[in-house]
Design a binder for this molecule. Structure first.
Ligand code: GAP
Length: 488
């Protein structure tokens, strides 16, 4: 029976085998920042490749984009991030540690996602009975205060004219502001999507649980533009597609679920939102968000259209962009640069947006946790990662049984042939059993061994990671055999 995984087991394996290290470790480490090691970078690249293949490569109605991390500050003003992207926090007067107010609510786990400032404010009305999660003191919190989540930086060499900029807190806005560019430079027609994978940054208050919540992370986001009225259909379509993506890549069904946002939890601009959740092994072993699929209506394009209109006056007068000019709005709807003329329907509208937004690091953690297993084989413990082949950092291990009788040369030839097609690892050091175990722990689905029989009949041993079964395959058919097994 598969064992119940503990996060400590994963953290320890990740460090031991070079998946994930603490950032700046030799200087004591930097909290909530992590570096991906040799196996980790392959794992993460595979997660991104699989996402891109499913969301962009295999679809006629989605194109990709890669936007810069630094964007015009007005982008964040229009999107609402400058004013509203904050957590409500309170500081313990005893230990000075700050805690998110929504994490002080009854039954809340500190891993839960952000709630809106309004909701947090409503929950914050009485902190007198609340206990500090750091020092255990009750009722010693300051008044709640808003803590802005965007990282600020300065652009420009001269102090006088330097402009305050933000590291993007999501990749989505780069897509919205390029909506017109993509329409004008490609043949896409609504319904269509623009997809992006890239780094985002948030100055998170709580950052425990390894790479689950970090201050620098990667997102994979799709903004799918559709005609108002068809939004529900597309929301359902993407909800199913995204849920099945995790299952197809081997996540166990019992560890995955969809959870719809209800009432207060739903962002004010969203018509519907559902989270794909994974049963992570932290705290009480709770369900946590991997990805959200939201129906964002025409909120973002409308906001940017307003932003474009007020660009100059905002800089000049620091104008309040929340005041809406209804006449201008109506004009924008009919002719604004972010509106769309639907030739089939013969009408103009601002498209609605369905947004599946996933975390690459969080997905990588879910793949690690779900694949991790321990078993006892002939009295010895075997740790392994039962990765789907598409996710596995190394697809094939190639070994000579011993370092003599031409076996290393034959094995090297096999290795050089196979590595043209997928990631392989050559190893001639140590006992063969140990070499298998090392690859089991790295999640390598197949290993090939050149042995004395190879010298007689040109066949090699192919060993399967999960069943540990071994079969003999002739070297001439090896590549085809492995590719079929791994589907690579
Ligand atoms: N554009 C919508 C958006 O950014 P979100 O729910 O804030 O929505 C989407 O983020 C996904 O990004 C989350 O489901 C999660 O997987 C990932 N994510 C968000 N904040 C993160 C953090 N601090 N660390 C790691 N992943 C994070």
């Amino acid at each position: 029976m598969a064992k119940i995984t503990k996060l400590e087991d994963i953290v320890s394996l990740c460090k031991r085998r070079g998946f994930i290290f603490q950032s700046s470790e030799i200087y004591g480490g930097l909290a909530s920042c992590y570096d991906y090691g040799p196996l980790g970078v392959e794992l993460k690249n595979n997660v991104k490749k699989c996402w891109w293949k499913s969301v962009v490569q295999m679809r006629d109605d989605v194109v990709g984009i890669d936007c810069s991390i630094l964007m015009h500050p007005l982008v964040w003003k229009s999107s609402g991030h400058t004013d509203k992207f904050a957590d409500l926090i309170a500081e313990c007067k005893k230990c000075n540690v700050r805690t998110r107010v929504d994490h002080l609510a009854e039954h809340a786990e500190e891993h839960t996602e952000h709630v809106s400032l309004d909701l947090a404010q409503a929950q914050a009305c009485d902190l007198t009975g609340k206990v500090c999660p750091n020092c255990g003191t009750a009722g010693q919190f300051t008044d709640p205060m808003a803590f802005k989540l965007m990282f600020e930086t300065q652009m420009g060499a001269n102090v006088d004219d330097a402009m305050t900029m933000y590291l993007r807190p999501e990749t989505a806005q780069g897509i919205f502001v390029n909506f017109r560019n993509v329409l004008d430079s490609t043949r896409v027609k609504v319904p269509f999507g623009i997809a992006q994978i890239g780094k985002s940054f948030r100055n998170e208050v709580t950052t425990k649980a390894f790479i689950f919540r970090t201050r620098e992370f990667e997102q994979a986001e799709l903004e799918f533009f559709c005609q108002p009225g068809t939004d529900e259909h597309w929301w359902n379509t993407w909800k199913d597609l995204r849920f099945n993506w995790y299952l197809d890549l081997g996540i166990k069904k019992e560890n995955l679920r969809l959870r719809a946002h209800e009432g207060d939890e739903l962002a004010h601009y969203a018509r519907a939102c559902v989270d794909v959740e994974y049963k992570f092994p932290f705290g009480s072993g709770d369900w946590q968000e991997l990805e959200g699929i939201a129906n964002r209506t025409d909120f973002d394009l409308r906001q940017h259209q307003r932003g474009m209109r007020t660009l100059n006056s905002w800089f000049e007068n620091n104008r309040d962009m929340t005041k809406i000019d209804l006449k201008a709005e109506a004009e924008d709807y009919q002719s604004g640069p972010l509106s769309y003329f639907d030739e089939q329907e013969k009408k103009r509208y601002i498209p609605y947006v369905i947004e599946p937004s996933a975390g690459i690091d969080r997905s990588a953690l879910a793949f690690l946790v779900d694949a991790y297993d321990e078993e006892v084989v002939r009295g010895e413990q075997r740790n392994l990662l039962r990765f789907h082949p598409a996710i596995a950092p190394i697809k094939l291990g190639v070994f000579p049984l011993v370092k003599k009788d031409n076996m290393p040369d034959i094995a090297r030839n096999i290795y050089n042939d196979a590595r043209k097609h997928f990631n392989c690892f050559y190893d001639e050091k140590g006992a063969i059993g140990r070499r298998y175990r090392r690859q089991d722990e790295a999640g390598t689905p197949l290993c090939v061994t050149v042995d004395s029989q190879t010298l007689q009949d040109n066949s090699v041993t192919v060993r399967d990671r999960d069943s540990m079964e071994q079969v003999r395959v002739s070297t001439g058919k090896l590549l085809a055999y492995v590719r079929e097994k791994l589907e690579v």
